[in-house]
Design a protein around this ligand. Sequence first.
Ligand code: ACO
Length: 309
Amino acid sequence: MDDLQAQFDATIAADQRIEPRDWMPEGYRRTLIRQIAQHAHSEIIGMQPEGNWILRAPTLRRKAILLAKVQDEAGHGLYLYSAAETLGADRAELTELLLAGKQKYSSIFNYPTLSYADVGVIGWLVDGAAICNQVPLCRCSYGPYARAMIRICKEESFHQRQGYELLMAMMQGTDEQRAMVQESVNRWWWPSLMMFGPPDSDSPNTQQSMAWKIKRHSNDELRQRFVDMTVPQAEALGVTLPDPDLRWNPERGHYDFGEIDWSEFKAVLAGAGPCNAQRLAHRRRAHENGAWVREAAAAYAEKHARKQE
Ligand code: ACO
């Protein structure tokens, strides 16, 4: 056991990857299953807010892009459930835990998409925040998670660009379209900052996850990186970020920003966000409606296996 632990520690210290066949501490396995499952659930639940606009996209081109994007999110969920399975988790059980409200998904997907501009703003801010958070996960110490993240990040970059391009088009349109973009930015800015998780002083998992090199940066570091990256993009777009305290701090070499309303974050995590009930109810319904597909696939797999015997 001591030898195994020493070998694990040496692998982490040498920045090499832990693979499914390797010994790992139970806490490392549990942390990864928790994070990867939460991440997978976020991708799947995250299809809903934008899915809301597929039938109402203004042109065929916008509809095709949105459809492809939402399908990508489904694919991300599937790679991530597969990564969790390499740790011994069972995908059906993870889904049950989500549906029972026992596993989390990202707070951001509990907000409504009230206007078409939200499709652009989700691409720009929400996928932008996701990229900031997830690019370092490509260097996560657990091999299957790190490898899944490479493809996911490439696709997220495309999502971010399509959102920004959509907003650019709207900002070059009418006053009404510009107002729609600004109104959407006002609603999504603060929830996007909350995506990075609680402040470091209140983040129970960060220290250990960083020691294990699952997380490479703390929540506050990544949040700051996102703000620094996004302010010039907002200027180029011609929108105002809804924070009177947002300003460049030459001494720190970063933007200062206002206090996040952590009571709102906690309420959303506790299930009291604007759309929590709706998101889970929709997911439960989809799961029930898909039961016959799972049964048919399992019956086919069994028949096929028998034939091969
Ligand atoms: N939404 C919901 N729950 C959150 C969020 C959030 N934005 N941020 C933190 N939490 C939860 C954590 O899961 C943890 O709960 P748990 O212990 O019951 O699992 C608790 O709040 C405390 O937070 P931390 O100690 O900071 O947790 P952790 O070290 O796991 O960090 C983080 C949270 C940054 C989200 C991390 O899990 C992570 O990087 N995950 C992978 C990325 C991801 O899940 N992205 C999903 C949204 S992006 C997208 O899908 C487009």
